[in-house]
Design a binder for this molecule. Structure first.
Ligand SMILES: CC(C)(COP(=O)(O)OP(=O)(O)OC[C@H]1O[C@@H](n2cnc3c(N)ncnc32)[C@H](O)[C@@H]1OP(=O)(O)O)[C@@H](O)C(=O)NCCC(=O)NCCS
Length: 168
């Protein structure tokens, strides 16, 4: 799959194209590095997270995704890797058992954010889910992660359940 689009919104040079393609083994290092550089933005300060432990959990997540049925999407901007999305396509909802696609993690290069790349990745993931006959897309996001929450809200996602927490 290669979907191109020309973005003409403010902040994006006219004519700059963003394409989303399937990832392969050659993208693995890019995905690991970008995930490492961005993961702290996606965790709550509430639990006073230690960077080392977050990175450990991230490694475990990436390994878990590898062992499950998934789709890797890589966004390129002017031929250069700019972001990725890891989509689990066989992870039914744990409460209702409804089939769904689940975004395990996504990230965009910090200097290329706010240029529509996250949106393009999410749209491509939704197309992939629909192609597989999956009726829902689901994901988890930290309350403090304003950028990600805004992206998902603008794409039509709403809160189905909440993870409640209290410091003891
Ligand atoms: C979340 C993330 C992937 C968004 O990627 P992005 O390419 O910057 O997103 P887009 O440019 O496609 O944004 C689309 C819309 O989302 C919203 N949005 C994105 N970033 C935002 C921000 N920092 N503040 C407010 N709204 C934001 C806006 O509505 C935006 O549309 P607009 O630019 O026309 O206003 C990126 O911020 C990121 O990589 N964050 C670190 C990793 C992370 O948190 N991943 C998510 C884990 S759940």
């Amino acid at each position: 799959m290669r979907r191109g689009r020309t973005d003409s919104r403010p902040g994006v040079a006219p004519g700059v194209s963003v394409t989303v393609r399937h990832g392969d083994a050659a993208d693995r290092r890019f995905i690991e590095e970008l995930a490492e550089r961005t993961v702290m933005a996606s965790v709550a300060s509430f639990r006073h997270p230690q960077e080392m432990m977050v990175h450990f959990a991230l490694t475990r997540l990436l390994e878990t995704v590898e062992t499950q049925s998934h789709v890797t999407l890589v966004a390129e901007r002017e031929g250069r890797r700019a972001g990725f999305l890891l989509l689990l396509d066989d992870l039914p909802d744990e409460v209702t058992s409804t089939p769904q696609a689940f975004v395990a993690y996504m990230a965009v290069e910090p200097e290329l954010q706010r240029q529509g790349i996250g949106k393009a990745l999410l749209e491509a993931a939704e197309r992939e889910a629909k192609r597989r006959g999956l009726p829902y897309m689901s994901l988890m996001v930290t309350e403090e992660n304003t950028a990600a929450r805004s992206l998902y809200a603008s794409a039509g996602y709403f809160t189905e359940r909440q993870l409640l927490c209290k410091e003891l």
